[in-house]
Every structure is written in C-alpha cells, then in structure tokens.
Write a protein that binds this ligand. Structure first.
Ligand SMILES: [Zn+2]
Length: 193
C-alpha cells in the first residue's frame, strides 16, 4: 500500500487515490435507478440494494482533468457512421449514373456545373465520413493498446484536495500535467481530449 501523504503539504487527511477521485467525479446527467438484487458479495450471497446510472455520464472538471484516457467514439456512433457512409455511397453512385446518362446531351456551362455539384459533393462527403471512421478506429485501438501501461502510473497517483495537486511517483503535478504524463505513458498523449 503506497503512502497516502500529499507530497506538497505532507498531510493525508484530504488525500484520495486518483481512481477514487475519478469515479466520484463521474455522475449521471439523466438520473439514476435504484433496485434490489441478490448477488455475491464479500464471500457470501446476500440481498443488496443497488443504484445505478443509465444514459450518458458526465464528468466534473477535476475528473476530466485526470481521466486515464481520452473518450473514444462508441461502437454505436461508429455503426451510425457506417450507415450514413452507406447512404452517401448510394447517393454518389446514383449522381454519377445521372451524370453519365446526361453527359451525352448538349448543355450549357452552368448546367454542367449544376450537374457536377451533387457527384462532387457526395464523393467529398464519402471521403470525409470514411476518414472519420478510420480515425475513430485508430484512436480506439491506440487507446486500447496503451491503456494498461498508462493505468499503472495513473493508479499510483493521489490527489490532495487541499493543495489541488497530484502526487505521483515522479513528483508533484497539476491535474492536467498529470493527465498528460499518463497519456504519454500510454502512447496517446498527442490525442485531443
Ligand atoms: Zn496537500
């Protein structure tokens, strides 16, 4: 068990482990539920009252400032992007077909510009959404790979509510500095939050 003393003030009465601070800082935006369940707990089976969160979670500034990794795009959002990509692909294909059949007729310059707009727009959109999907996958795999390394460093940190300072093995840090240290350790320090 590492010392829970703050490296700045030397006291331990307002000091909490980073994972605990982080968990407490994540709260539900859309309400909680309570229920009774039977579960296995502490070596025995018993009835427990439990609460839980549904919908998305929001974070306090402090929790966000010490998050162990950036938030990555969820599987649902990626699926939605794939669906939109599919629709845009159809739009691009149809507009290109229309362009092909229409190109044999004589049309004015403005007419050509008008006809080119939709195919160009849909192809650009196709590329843009495709790029977002690639980026989301890359970020997810980068974070997934590096997080175990980063977590070790993250877990060892402790936060002093009196000083607003994180004490880590390598010294004292502002929360955001500490987060950068952890993210760098995970190999995703260059990612935006
Ligand atoms: Zn302190």
């Amino acid at each position: 068990m590492p010392s829970m003393r703050c490296g700045n003030c030397g006291r331990d009465d307002h000091v909490q482990a980073i994972p605990a601070v982080y968990d407490e800082g994540r709260t539900s935006t859309s309400g909680s539920y309570r229920g009774v369940g039977i579960g296995y707990r502490g070596g025995g089976i018993g009835v427990s009252h439990h609460g839980g969160f549904h919908q998305s979670t929001s974070m306090t500034e402090l929790a966000a400032a010490i998050a162990p990794a950036p938030q990555t795009t969820s599987g649902e959002v990626i699926s939605a992007l794939f669906f939109v990509e599919f629709l845009v692909a159809i739009m691009a294909l149809l507009s290109l077909l229309v362009l092909k059949t229409g190109s044999s007729e004589r049309i004015s310059g403005a007419g050509i510009a008008g006809m080119l707009f939709l195919p160009l727009f849909s192809v650009a959109l196709l590329v843009f959404i495709g790029w977002q999907i690639v980026k989301a996958f890359r970020t997810r795999s980068l974070v997934r790979k590096g997080q175990p390394r980063a977590i070790l460093l993250w877990r060892a940190g402790r936060y002093c509510f009196r000083c607003g300072v994180v004490t880590a093995e390598s010294g004292l840090f502002e929360p955001l500095e500490f987060r950068q240290l952890v993210w760098n350790q995970g190999g995703y320090g260059h990612l935006p939050r």
